[in-house]
Design a protein around this ligand. Sequence first.
Ligand code: 4NP
Length: 147
Amino acid sequence: MVCLGNICRSPLAEGILKSKTEHLDVIVDSAGTAAYHIGSQPDIRSIEIANKYGIDLRNQRARQFSRADFDEFDIIYAMDTNNFAHLTSLAENQNERNKIRMILNEIKSESFDSVPDPYYGGDNGFQNVYEMLNKVCEIITQNLEKR
Ligand code: 4NP
């Protein structure tokens, strides 16, 4: 799960998908394309919205996406088109590029819709992001169950 800062959207995506896939043999992690918040806990607003749904993000710490992640992970979900473009620029071959997906394309393929960045908005942005991510993570889980 990849966003810009790894403190708002992708930690929430990580927490939600982990909570849905406990019965599956998958590794879920998150990272940011930017370095600003390395080592930080998720934004308090992400922690609080997750907590409302019984998901604990407090042990997460922000990290920056690294090229090693192309080896570690089979699917790399970008939250928005900027993250997607950044990840694509880091990929060095077609195998790596093929791993990068827009997360909301799992709801509507090829839509290239973005999960809006809630950082500068109010709390309602976080509720909206939670609902989007909860819906798409349910679909991702169903697809993982079919593997
Ligand atoms: P995120 O949100 O990419 O969902 O973690 C942001 C967090 C921090 C900043 C921007 C977006 N920032 O500019 O510091």
